[in-house]
Ligand binder design. Structure first.
Ligand SMILES: CCCCCCCCCCCCC/C=C/[C@@H](O)[C@H](COP(=O)(O)O)NC(=O)CCCCC
Ligand SMILES: Nc1ncnc2c1ncn2[C@@H]1O[C@H](COP(=O)(O)OP(=O)(O)O)[C@@H](O)[C@H]1O
Ligand SMILES: [Ca+2]
Length: 584
């Protein structure tokens, strides 16, 4: 075996074929040598994509040694499958068993490969906190984790502390309150709702520790160091699909193991001077709000509830009046109609860092919070648009999912500090169907006369006078008036909780057991709002409605007149964006 500081080389055998193996710089390669000493095919694996090196001939599931000698070692690495459809192919675990000419050579290979792994892959996680939602999607979260994810973590030497959630918001509260010392990241096994819990936990905790107020929409939030990983086991799994290009638990696990790091824009939603929620994917009013409200009544259908509710809401053919104001982003940098796609290593996103963090001190890796407490990103002139809309959506990223592989805004960027505002004005049902259908094919959904799209940094929404939430301001005065109604609703809530079959729009429409329980927990004021005129309920209801609800990454917001602001690159995921498999 030859070794110097930059190169390790020796002959190795795979089965009965001889190979020349090299470890040089960032790559480990092996080239087949035929009987006449001619070089044949070479396989090359980046050291950063090596998952583990084990003594002997090791199988992965169950991880056991098969008959071997002390001349063998097994290399596990990321393997790109060629059978995938579309732009992204899934990753799987590659495994090659090598036989060495002597035990000494075998030990040297193992040592050199493990050292290279430490040197070239310093940001790998060692200890992870994992939250499993046992009820997400098709309720396969626990099985997915134990059969597909845990064996790979074990192989890579990652230890994990697993929490199977027993209630909504348990994961968020855990991250906000418990000691997280020693954890290199938090992982959710579930859908977009579960991801959102981790997002709120991680952002909230980071701001608490930095002493930053989350409620002030003008403040520069502290970027979060704790990485989030997503193992898809939900219904839409939009965040996973948009940041990976595929919903595949093994692919996600391998990205986590190798410590990939993808910055992500986050939008904060405020009502007056209070933070309501954060989102990364979509806040949608009108169609998307109505679909979510309707779908909550059909949770028992699993992921199919969205298809069913989508049809029902489409048939209702509603549109809503409102005023939208937005702060445009710099149109010289990018545009939602420039036909680009944000792929792994995206130039627009990487060039945005300097603009987003002008006070970032790269030598100390610190953000000087004192200097940049208020964001210069909110400078500029607001634009106002009024009208009736079928739907209004704001998305920080393309928001693609298996239902819509290009997403809500195909050219949106993951980490450029902007979001795309999509306004779909009142249209005839066929026109709106065309718009929706174009999400599922290659046609341009923005090339329709009733659709507008803007790249923005902030958005405000208000209702026409008379429909507004001025009623909400009077709420406290009216509270007494509603108390009677609240008692009535509370009684019906309790009966619904006992028997979900009773959940119908004439009771409290559009609210799952979980939402009902949460509302109950929050108190009567919020409950009374449910019965107000204008609240969206199921399509079986015949009352005309002029106010919809906001769907915020799969949660119904408790307010209508909201303002939103993009916080560029606020969190980091164990991901690398969508790999373009059409490139070699
Ligand atoms: C005629 C064909 C119509 C197809 C319409 C396709 C439009 C798809 C756009 C999808 C955007 C998805 C944005 C993400 C939303 C999720 O956060 C949210 C919650 O997901 P989960 O926690 O996994 O349940 N999902 C939705 O709100 C579903 C929207 C479905 C709209 C039809
Ligand atoms: N043990 C639990 N019981 C009830 N709800 C839960 C539990 N764990 C998480 N949740 C909540 O369930 C909601 C949906 O979960 P998610 O994993 O996104 O699945 P789906 O994609 O099917 O909606 C999330 O908003 C989350 O807060
Ligand atoms: Ca963005």
């Amino acid at each position: 075996m030859e070794t110097d500081s930059v190169r390790v080389e020796s002959s190795l055998w795979i089965g009965n074929k001889r190979y020349r193996a090299f470890l040089s710089g960032w790559y480990f390669s092996w080239t087949e040598i035929d009987e006449r000493n001619r070089e044949k095919k070479t396989i090359s694996v980046p050291v950063s994509e090596v998952i583990g090196v084990k003594e002997g001939r090791v199988e992965i599931q169950p991880q056991k040694k098969v008959e071997d000698t002390d001349l063998d070692f097994t290399l596990f690495y990321v393997k790109r499958n060629s059978k995938g459809k579309g732009i992204r192919v899934p990753w799987s675990l590659g495994r090659t068993q090598f036989c060495c000419p002597s035990r000494g050579v075998r030990d040297q290979w193992i040592t050199q490969l493990r050292t290279a792994l430490k040197t070239h892959s310093p940001s790998r996680p060692h200890r992870l906190l994992v939250f499993i939602n046992p009820f997400g999607g098709k309720k396969r979260g626990k099985q997915i984790f134990h059969s597909l994810v845990a064996p790979l973590f074990e192989l890579a030497g990652i230890s994990s502390h697993v929490v199977v959630t027993e209630r909504a918001n348990q994961a968020r509260d855990y991250i906000l309150k418990k000691d997280l010392t020693g954890f290199d990241g938090v992982i959710c096994v579930g859908g977009d709702g579960m991801f959102s819990e981790l997002l709120h936990g991680v952002i909230g905790r980071t701001q608490q520790e930095a002493g930053v107020s989350e409620h002030d929409p003008t403040v520069m939030l502290q970027p979060c160091d704790l990485h989030i990983g997503i193992i898809p086991a939900g219904s839409t799994d939009c965040v996973c699909f948009t940041t990976m290009g595929i919903n595949d638990p093994v692919t996600s696990t391998l990205h986590i193991i190798i410590g990939d790091s993808q910055p992500l824009d986050v939008c904060s939603v405020h009502y007056q001077s209070t933070l309501v929620r954060y989102f990364v994917s979509m806040v949608g009013y009108g169609f998307y709000g109505d679909v979510l409200a309707e779908s909550e009544r059909h949770r028992w259908m699993g992921p199919l509830r969205y298809d069913y509710s989508g049809c029902m809401v489409y048939l209702c053919n509603r549109s809503y009046p409102g005023q939208v104001q937005y702060l445009p982003a710099d149109s010289h940098i990018s545009s939602p109609r420039d036909n680009t796609r944000c792929l792994s290593g995206c130039r627009v996103c990487s060039e945005s860092k300097e603009r987003l963090f002008p006070h970032f001190n790269s030598s100390s890796s610190l953000y000087s919070a004192n200097v940049s407490q208020y964001s210069s990103e909110l400078e500029g002139e607001w634009v106002t648009i009024e009208g009736r809309f079928k739907c209004i959506s704001l998305t920080c990223m393309s928001s693609s999912c298996p239902r819509s592989p290009k997403g809500l805004s195909p050219s949106a960027h993951l980490a450029d500090g902007t979001a795309d505002l999509i306004l779909v004005r009142e249209a005839n049902p066929l026109g709106f169907l065309t718009y929706l259908h174009r999400h599922t094919n290659t046609q341009d959904q923005f090339d329709l006369p009733f659709v507008e799209v803007y790249r923005v940094k902030a958005v405000r929404f208000s209702l026409p006078p008379g429909e507004g939430e001025e009623e909400e301001e009077e709420e406290e005065e009216e509270e007494e008036e509603y108390e009677g109604a609240d008692r009535e609703i509370q009684a019906s809530t309790e009966s619904v909780l006992e028997d979900p079959e009773k959940l119908c729009c004439s009771n409290i429409a559009g609210h799952s057991q979980q939402h009902l329980a949460e509302r109950k927990e929050r108190g009567n004021v919020a409950m009374s709002r449910v019965k107000r005129p204008g609240f969206v309920c199921g399509p079986c209801c015949t009352k005309p409605r002029s106010v919809s609800v906001w769907n915020c990454d799969g949660e119904i917001l408790p307010h209508t007149e909201i303002s939103c602001r993009v916080h560029g690159q606020l969190v980091r995921l164990f991901a690398r964006g969508i790999e373009d498999s059409t490139k070699p």
